[in-house]
Design a protein around this ligand. Structure first.
Ligand SMILES: Nc1nc2c(c(=O)[nH]1)N[C@H]1C(S)=C(S)[C@@H](COP(=O)(O)OP(=O)(O)OC[C@H]3O[C@@H](n4cnc5c(=O)[nH]c(N)nc54)[C@H](O)[C@@H]3O)O[C@H]1N2
Ligand SMILES: Nc1nc2c(c(=O)[nH]1)N[C@H]1C(S)=C(S)[C@@H](COP(=O)(O)OP(=O)(O)OC[C@H]3O[C@@H](n4cnc5c(=O)[nH]c(N)nc54)[C@H](O)[C@@H]3O)O[C@H]1N2
Ligand code: SF4
Ligand SMILES: [Mo]
Length: 754
């Protein structure tokens, strides 16, 4: 299918609804009565630079930063950011629970209560009686302080967060294949690609400003091809030259069949394989190219098409376009691959395609995982914000890593626990089991976003559990369960660093005072540390001071950005690491000799994958495996969940913005007209979607592009919780839940006309 120019424009204008905003000039320039403060959008991992306009102590406007990667563009969410600061549901003062009620309290009372409950729990039941659940939307300094406080102060690894629900499989994919986390490519690669391989990403709605860049490349480049793999047609697939729809979860077979075609048609780069690649199966890197070729023999396009319910010729075409000699290929993916019980494998199978063709580490050729949250990468890497991690990829289970961090933190040897803590879903299971007594939740809304959520909602309200929630809004589906709610300062009300998709770091400056009695999470955590006897460990008076320490921890690692001083971050319009010295300009493409400062200048080859001891990347032999739950006679429909352009996750922010609230605020069940007819369902009817775990009612919407035999719905509606239905099965490697796939049945409850 080719797309007309008119359709093209419709896609960018309607689906992405971009706003080009003017040029403010200086970092803190004034125009009229408005002061402009340089910052970053608070929403997605695209990380658009912007200026916050302040008048009379209030944020009145934003403008895209023309000097940043987004060239002044913002999507609707970014452009409407000022509205959320003064929204009606802002949480303006602390609350504590009295029986069924949450009542207003002073900061002193709220913090005093938290400190005493946490200290009591540790004293009576040991360090693992307390825990922290954080967020890829928290600032790096916030996650850093929380991690240090819980792991070194309270001595527990009960410290995980929503990046586990989001980027964990991408990380496990990168670490398994290259030895280190994070993409090697950059946004500029989008301007050079001849082929875009977009799989499990609705880029048009979820990374709209990057999508604009892809559209522009397609408009201007010669014969640029876009391949989209997604079970449903999406606004992203509208620009596709080839859209492959398939049975959910079966893309693993498709990726292997593409590799089969690349070998069969001589589109592999054997020199690259010889120089740069090793082969592995299971957990060991102990296979050879011949083993891989043998493994691929079974993965014919016909066999994959049989499993996936797509056309064999579509797979062949995708492989030919991807592998065509002299054509540069960029892959993009997000939750359609990560949120899977085989999410890590799915990631690695995409890396395989780049490694067998050598299409990697050149302008336009790169496997570029799109980061979901604005700081999902930064916070986890710099902050060590997951239960098995310490800062910069160090592992709690590794004695040398613990020793390094104990030294850097000046704490006695043996302070850090060697036992990895529970990953997100298991963290809430420890609450359910009564092992974890006191949980601090910051900048995330698990009462709506955990899979099989009713189970964990019950756990959070369990007798004897003490739940602290820091949120900028109240009520949320989590704050309603809390024992203490802390009013958090939001976005332009505080300062800190975000690290987005392309290893780009940017500083968000404080532009205004927090609303009401709200306080920055950084300040709240430092206060908690002091009140619980950890003031020496957490002595920071400002995020700047924490940043100094963060720089010391990254020094000498594969993530070195020691040259990113605070002063430089304030001036720069984004900086990409590695950036190991103050004069270094930053690195667009990692692992590339001559570009990446961590590759020795005399390295004999084009690339050095220095994350692994042999300097080679690994092609993994990963077969197709079905998802954790598959459809059957009783639950015959596939259930799939995701996002829309206008809304952010649980909608606390975007549903609080008048313009956005008018658009698609209600989650609906999208079904194919054929299924609707079979089930006797018409547009607008109320239907009940039921899985083995729970049921939720939605209005039905008939969508031609929906794959027959499946239902898609949205996660942002706090009155219609799709997660009552989803499955809490996780990937055994990354521990990321399979939000994208489970089995359901659907029944009509009442007519839309009634
Ligand atoms: N507007 C908006 N933008 C956002 C966000 C938001 O809430 N709203 N959130 C941000 C965050 S944190 C994230 S993680 C990203 C998410 O960004 P995306 O991952 O792009 O968005 P989703 O809608 O979660 O899912 C993407 C696609 O995966 C497809 N999919 C389902 N099953 C499969 C499968 O088996 N294989 C493949 N290949 N695809 C499948 C779905 O049909 C869906 O179209 O968006 C970020 N940007
Ligand atoms: N069914 C289904 N479920 C999913 C997914 C899916 O695709 N399908 N995707 C998963 C993914 S990828 C993600 S990332 C998660 C997201 O899940 P969550 O993180 O639970 O959702 P958010 O709505 O982003 O929650 C952020 C909360 O922080 C608050 N907040 C905003 N700014 C601040 C601040 O500065 N400080 C504090 N303390 N609070 C603040 C907001 O009001 C909001 O309540 O959902 C996961 N759940
Ligand atoms: S694309 Fe993402 S970062 Fe850019 S303005 Fe939109 S939500 Fe913000
Ligand atoms: Mo995410």
């Amino acid at each position: 299918m080719t797309i007309s120019r008119r359709d093209f424009l419709k896609t960018t204008a309607a689906a992405s609804a971009l706003a080009a905003l003017g040029r403010p000039g200086l970092a803190q320039a004034s125009t009229g009565g408005t002061r402009w403060v340089k910052s970053v959008c608070r929403y997605c991992g695209t990380g658009c630079g912007l200026y916050v306009g302040v008048e009379g102590g209030k944020v009145t406007a934003v403008r895209g930063d023309v000097e940043d990667h987004n060239a002044g563009f913002l999507c609707v969410k970014g452009a409407l950011l000022p509205q959320i600061l003064g929204a009606k549901d802002r949480c303006l003062h602390p609350l504590v629970r009295r029986g069924d009620q949450l009542v207003r309290a002073s900061w002193e009372e709220a913090m005093g209560l938290i400190a005493s409950r946490f200290q009591d729990a540790i004293q009576k039941f040991g360090p693992d009686a307390v825990g922290f659940y954080g967020s890829g939307q928290a600032l790096t300094e916030e996650t850093y302080v929380a991690n240090k406080l819980f792991k070194a102060g309270y001595r527990t690894n009960n410290m995980d967060g929503n990046p586990r629900l989001c980027m964990a499989s991408a990380t496990a994919g990168y670490v398994g294949t290259y030895g280190k986390d994070e993409p090697m490519g950059c946004y500029e690669d989008l301007d050079h690609a001849d082929v875009f391989f977009i799989t499990g990403s609705n880029t048009a709605e979820c990374h709209p400003v990057l999508f604009r860049r892809i559209v522009r490349r397609k408009e201007r480049g010669r014969d640029v091809k876009v391949i989209v793999l997604d079970p449903r047609r999406t606004p992203t697939s509208r620009i596709a030259d080839l859209h492959i729809s398939f049975t959910p979860g079966t893309d693993l077979a498709i990726f292997n069949a593409m590799a089969h075609v690349l070998f069969a048609e001589g589109l592999v780069d054997r020199d690259f394989l010889r120089d740069h690649v090793a082969f592995g199966e299971g957990t060991e890197v102990n296979r050879a190219l011949a083993d891989y070729e043998r493994f691929l023999q079974a993965w014919t396009p016909a066999e994959a098409a049989r499993i996936a319910g797509c056309g064999a010729e579509e797979i062949v075409t995708a492989a030919r376009w991807f592998g065509a000699r002299g054509r540069r290929a960029t892959s993009l993916w997000t939750m359609g691959l990560n949120q899977r019980s085989r999410g890590t494998w799915a990631n690695q199978l995409v890396h395989n395609l780049h490694l067998v063709t050598g299409k990697i580490g050149e302008p336009g050729s790169t496997p570029l995982s799109l980061t979901g949250q604005p700081n999902a990468c930064g916070g986890v890497r710099d902050g060590g914000g997951l239960s098995h991690l310490l800062p910069y990829g160090r592992l709690v289970a590794n004695p040398q890593h613990r020793e390094q961090v104990e030294k850097l933190w000046s704490v006695p040897p043996g302070t850090l626990s060697p036992k990895p803590g529970p990953a997100a879903v298991d963290l809430f299971r420890s609450v359910e089991e009564g092992k974890l007594k006191c949980l601090y939740v910051m900048c995330t809304n698990p009462g709506q976003t955990l899979p099989n959520v009713d189970r964990y909602r019950k756990a959070m309200r369990r007798e004897g559990a003490f739940l602290v929630v820091s949120d900028a809004f109240h009520p949320t589906r989590t704050s309603e369960l809390a024992d203490v709610v802390l009013p958090a300062a939001l976005w332009a009300e505080k300062e800190g660093v975000y690290g987005c998709t392309e290893r780009r770091y940017q500083l968000l400056a404080q532009a205004v005072e927090p609303a009401g009695e709200a306080r920055p999470d950084f300040q709240i955590l430092c206060d908690l540390a002091r009140r619980t006897g950890q003031g020496k460990l957490i002595p920071f008076r400002s995020p700047d001071e924490a940043w100094e320490e963060i720089l010391a921890l990254c020094k000498g690692t594969a993530y070195d950005f020691t040259g990113m001083t605070r002063a430089r971050l304030r001036e720069a319009h984004g900086l990409l690491w590695p950036l190991p010295s103050p004069g270094h300009p930053g690195t667009k493409r990692r692992y590339v000799k001559g570009e990446d400062p961590l590759v020795p200048a005399d390295h004999p080859r084009r690339l050095q994958f220095y994350g692994r001891p042999d300097g080679r990347a690994v092609v993994w032999l990963r077969p197709y495996q079905p998802p954790a739950e598959v459809v059957d006679a009783e639950y015959p429909l596939w259930f799939n969940t995701g996002r829309v352009l206008e809304h952010w996750h649980t909608g606390t922010m975007t549903r609080n913005c008048a313009e956005l609230a008018q658009s698609r605020a209600e989650a609906v069940a999208e079904i194919h007209p054929g299924d609707a007819q079979r089930l006797g369902v018409a547009e607008g009817d109320l239907v009940e979607v039921t899985s083995r775990r729970g049921a939720q009612r939605f209005r039905a919407t008939l969508v031609d592009g929906q794959r027959p035999g499946s239902v898609f719905t949205h996660m942002h509606d706090d009155q219609r919780l799709c997660n009552r239905v989803t499955v809490d099965a996780v990937d055994p490697i990354s521990k990321e839940p399979e939000y994208k796939i489970c089995a359901v049945k659907m029944a009509k409850v009442s007519s839309g006309k009634a």
